[in-house]
Design a protein around this ligand. Structure first.
Ligand SMILES: Cc1cc2nc3c(=O)[nH]c(=O)nc-3n(C[C@H](O)[C@H](O)[C@H](O)COP(=O)(O)OP(=O)(O)OC[C@H]3O[C@@H](n4cnc5c(N)ncnc54)[C@H](O)[C@@H]3O)c2cc1C
Length: 415
């Protein structure tokens, strides 16, 4: 019987499950498809409700991973097959070439000579990197990677010439590793709902309409504007900002469920704007504002700011206005009538769509919304954690992942 645990997805959920199981003495294989660990929270500016940077918590987890010989992690990797049964799974992990080996010290000399430019996916395309790039400043592992789709390869070779550490291998190939595990934890998380599918809200057509994940990057000091929340058309400061709640959520044409975090994310982002611009006006258009349990006092604190206007009413449309403004037309149910607000920036509070809806998840089954089914609907010994299981905040993702680690230990032991 094998009591090792395979964890798929290296966000906060997957890292938590891996660390908890490893600290109970289990061998853990942690597989992440990006070239770095941390998942979506690594791209957040601050966490609600305390408004602390996610990197405090992430760094503690990275340290626990580095210190624990029971965890073997694979980045740029995916599990391509799983067979077997609890206590006796066999999984094949495919690792894409990074083209940069472990000798890399992240000095950035290679970046300076790279002639290529590509959209930076970490910043949701709002900035550029070279073909060789460090995924982000706090990346774990802190090692560069090459995007071979755009790299000019050995016909250029500038990065190879300049690297003092002999770290770049343009001929690196992909590899496969077979591991045996007693149970499997899926922590594949979420992706932002594609706001361009919501035709009336102007995303992709009006420059100053952005999504909430983009707002996190705009506000982050390591983001595309070094933390400046500015208009997307001309880089000018913002004065009037609107948040559109339930953008595509609780809508059977888009995501039928509530993602549970979007109201809190907008309340948090309203604070980003107000802290940066004392004269700014913020409008939050909502159907219902949801701030359950411990979040109630955070909601009350944000609501107390007279420059943050909470408007109960659905946004009907967003149109381009004069000078690049975005004009929000919405109902005002409590005030009565219709509102039209000319904004420098509009943030669409789009929900979390489970990654498992659109990627291969061997041995797991997904429910109608794409979350990985719990309660024995997936194969025995296959357990979801974090947002793979449901639309959770970070605290609930961590609780879910800690529970998943225990279930994984039990499943491996009770074949
Ligand atoms: C705008 C916004 C702001 C938010 N702000 C907050 C906040 O302030 N506080 C808070 O508590 N919560 C916040 N949240 C919610 C928070 O982001 C989630 O709770 C958290 O990301 C869940 O972590 P996770 O590990 O489950 O998923 P993710 O963060 O999505 O991590 C999943 C990981 O799995 C990897 N992966 C996916 N598929 C595969 C595969 N097939 N193979 C290998 N790897 C794979 C992904 O690359 C990713 O690294 C916010 C959400 C949004 C939308």
């Amino acid at each position: 019987m094998n009591d090792s645990i395979l964890v798929i997805g290296g966000g906060i959920g997957g890292m938590t499950a891996a660390i908890e199981a490893a600290e109970c003495g289990r061998q853990v294989y942690l597989v992440e498809r990006e070239p770095w660990l941390g998942g979506r929270v690594a791209r957040m500016n601050k966490y609600f409700p305390k408004l602390c940077p996610p990197y405090c918590g992430l760094e503690i987890n990275f340290r626990r991973i580095r210190a624990n010989p029971n965890i073997r992690f694979f980045t740029s990797s995916q599990v391509v097959s799983i067979s077997g049964k609890p206590g006796d799974f066999v999984a094949v992990i495919k690792t894409d070439p990074r083209y940069v080996n472990q000798k890399c010290v992240a000095c950035d000399d290679c970046v300076k000579v790279c002639p290529v430019s590509r959209p930076d996916r970490f910043n949701y395309g709002m900035s550029q990197t070279g073909a060789i790039y460090l995924p982000h400043q706090m990346a774990m592992p802190a090692r560069h990677v090459i995007d071979m789709d755009v790299c000019e390869g050995s016909s250029c070779g500038e990065c190879v010439k300049v690297c003092k550490y002999d770290a770049i291998e343009l001929d690196m190939e992909d590899s496969e590793t077979t591991v045996e595990a007693g149970s499997v934890v899926y922590a594949t998380g979420w992706k932002p709902y594609d706001a361009s599918k919501i035709a009336n809200l102007g995303y992709g057509k009006i420059d100053n309409v952005i999504s909430n994940v983009e707002m996190e990057r705009l506000a982050a000091v390591n983001g595309p504007t070094s933390g400046g929340i500015t208009r997307r058309d001309n880089g000018e400061p913002v004065r009037t900002v609107a948040f559109v709640q339930c953008a595509g959520s609780r809508d059977e044409n888009h995501l039928p469920y509530c993602s549970s975090i979007c109201c809190l994310a907008s309340l948090k982002q309203a604070r980003y704007v107000r802290d940066q611009y004392p004269d700014s006006e913020v409008y939050i258009f909502y159907i219902d504002l949801r701030a359950p349990g411990k979040y109630e006092s955070f909601y009350n604190k944000v609501k107390a700011d007279p420059n943050i206007h909470l408007v109960k009413g659905k946004v009907g449309r967003i149109d381009p206005g004069e000078g690049g403004a975005a004009i929000v037309t919405a109902e005002d149910i409590l005030g009565g009538g219709k509102m039209r607000v000319s904004c420098d920036l509009v943030v669409l509070a789009t929900g979390m769509e489970p990654t498992a809806k659109s990627c291969d998840v061997p041995m797991a089954s997904v429910d109608g919304e794409g979350f990985i089914a719990q309660n024995n609907q997936s194969a025995p010994g296959v357990i979801p954690a974090g947002v793979a299981a449901g639309p959770f905040d970070v605290t609930t993702s961590i609780q879910s992942a800690t529970g998943a680690a225990l279930k994984a230990i039990q499943a491996a032991a009770t074949r």
